[in-house]
Design a binder for this molecule. Structure first.
Ligand code: GTP
Ligand code: IMP
Ligand code: MG
Length: 340
């Protein structure tokens, strides 16, 4: 039995979607449970020659034998949910996905409040997905819950009970976090953050398990840093420098251009400490070191690439076990066996 949580190490968009798809196809967990804030997330999944931008359905859908669940802490927008079920019809996602009865619901009114608020949409640079206002309503105790929505009736369950029972029966559970450490309401660059904590212990609470149940915390970093929206970014580079390095990126949910910066070792240390990381997944290594694109073999990495990986391990005290060398789930170096 293994219970793993995957976290974002910086400001989101670290390539969690890619790491989740690789890990779920490879390890075949019995339950894949989505934690995190809600449909403000955009996870990119490249699989079977197709590209998906997922906001709510677990990216682990690519493991077709897995049960998919959305934990009580996650905000559910029924429009986004049904749209993704339709988009992923050929993977029987509608038959495999369950929502916790206690999830708060995002209504059109929440999206409007998000977009019309100058504070949220302009000062903070929110995604406009209604997550901030919906979490505020939950705190004010005026939210509708998933169990109150007739259209969701067929999907309602007790995720916490399912996940704890699975663990008691010796089955494997994979918990997908969203956003990233530096967007945490408590530990991030407040007030330029999202509307909830985004660390591993909150992701455990989101799906209703206690900290004693968690075996592995896999913290994902990109080989450089990106940030969308406003707020401090100590290692940010100019747009010209980013373009010269071929590091341009655009957001999955909003299409906004991402700000780009150098890898931040101080941030990596703090993020691993507060998440209690046991492993690091490092993505987009091919964008910094193009000679390693798509390789699955550690030994062919250049000396510079290996030195960069060693520096991260030494600074954080956490082993880099997954190295992603391209967007497809096959473009992965998996060093986990070497830990045993
Ligand atoms: P959030 O929940 O928004 O944080 O999503 P995310 O962490 O899944 O990241 P997102 O998909 O928003 O952005 C990462 C981008 O990098 C996507 O376009 C991925 O397809 C791409 N990507 C992921 N890993 C690699 C990699 O190793 N190499 C390359 N070249 N691209 C990658
Ligand atoms: P909100 O979560 O929509 O309220 O947005 C608050 C801040 O978090 C903004 O800077 C967003 O760009 C950022 N943010 C929220 N979710 C994500 C994500 O999944 N990836 C990257 N940035 C995000
Ligand atoms: Mg994203």
């Amino acid at each position: 039995m293994t219970c793993s949580i995957l976290t974002g190490g910086a400001w989101g968009d670290e390539g969690k979607g890619k790491c989740i798809t690789y890990l779920c196809r490879n390890d075949k967990p019995d339950i894949i449970a989505r934690a995190g804030v809600g449909p403000n997330a955009g996870h990119s999944v490249e699989f079977d020659g197709e590209k998906y931008g997922l906001r709510l359905i677990p990216s682990g859908f690519v493991h077709t034998g897995g049960e998919l669940m959305i934990g009580a802490g996650v905000l559910v927008d029924p429009e986004v949910f049904f749209q993704e079920i339709e988009e992923l019809k050929k993977y029987n996602v509608g038959e495999r996905t369950l929502i916790d009865k206690r999830c708060s619901i995002i209504k059109p009114e929440h999206r409007e409040r998000d977009k019309k608020s100058d504070h949220l949409s302009k000062k903070i640079g929110s995604t406009g997905s209604g997550c901030g206002p919906a979490n505020a309503d939950r705190v004010l105790r005026v939210s509708d819950l998933a169990q109150d929505i007739p259209e969701l009736e067929d999907y309602i369950t007790d995720v916490s009970l399912n996940v704890n029972n699975a663990l008691d029966e010796g089955r494997d559970v994979f918990i997908e976090g969203s956003q990233g450490f530096s967007l945490s309401l408590f530990y991030g660059t407040y007030p330029y953050v999202t509307s909830k904590d985004t660390c591993a212990s909150t992701f455990a609470a989101d799906v209703g398990i206690g900290p004693t149940k968690v075996d592995e915390v896999i913290n994902v970093f990109k080989a450089y840093i990106t940030r969308v929206g406003e707020g401090p970014f100590p290692t940010e580079m100019t747009q010209e420098e980013a373009e010269a390095k071929g590091l341009e990126e655009y957001g999955v949910v909003t299409g906004r251009r991402r700000r780009i910066g150098h890898f931040d070792m101080d941030l990596a240390k703090e993020s691993c400490r507060i998440n209690g990381a046991t492993q690091i997944a490092l993505t987009c290594v091919d964008k910094l070191y193009p000679d390693c694109a798509r390789t699955q073999d550690y030994s062919v990495l250049s000396a510079d690439t290996k030195k960069f990986i060693d520096e991260i391990q030494t600074a954080t005290g956490v082993p880099v076990t997954i190295i992603s060398t391209g967007p497809d789930l096959k473009d992965t170096i998996d060093l986990r066996d070497e830990l045993l």
